[in-house]
Design a protein around this ligand. Structure first.
Ligand SMILES: [Zn+2]
Length: 84
């Protein structure tokens, strides 16, 4: 089962936080990146899971479907860096 996140939808974006509880994450090809985490000393701003703020459930990148108005996020970019 996968969860859908509409990247352009503020309600959806605010529902999900990085492992440290920030809402400043951005998707990358194979994982996520958090602006707040990357600013902290000794913290890797990259991670592979997002936490659902409401339920506390943690989802792996592969279990999340990221959707933009133009279509599914990974499909838009997958051609650029070869196969995963
Ligand atoms: Zn963070």
């Amino acid at each position: 089962m996968s969860e859908e996140i509409r990247l352009e939808d503020e309600t959806d974006r605010w529902r999900w936080v990085c492992p440290r509880g920030h809402r400043t994450w951005e998707p990358t090809n194979n994982h996520f990146w958090c602006q707040s985490c990357s600013r902290q000393r000794g913290v890797d701003g990259e991670f592979s899971k997002l936490r659902n703020k409401a339920t506390g459930e943690v989802f792996e990148r592969e279990d999340l479907r990221l959707v933009t108005p133009a279509g599914p996020y990974p499909d838009l970019w997958s051609g650029r860096e070869g196969s995963a």
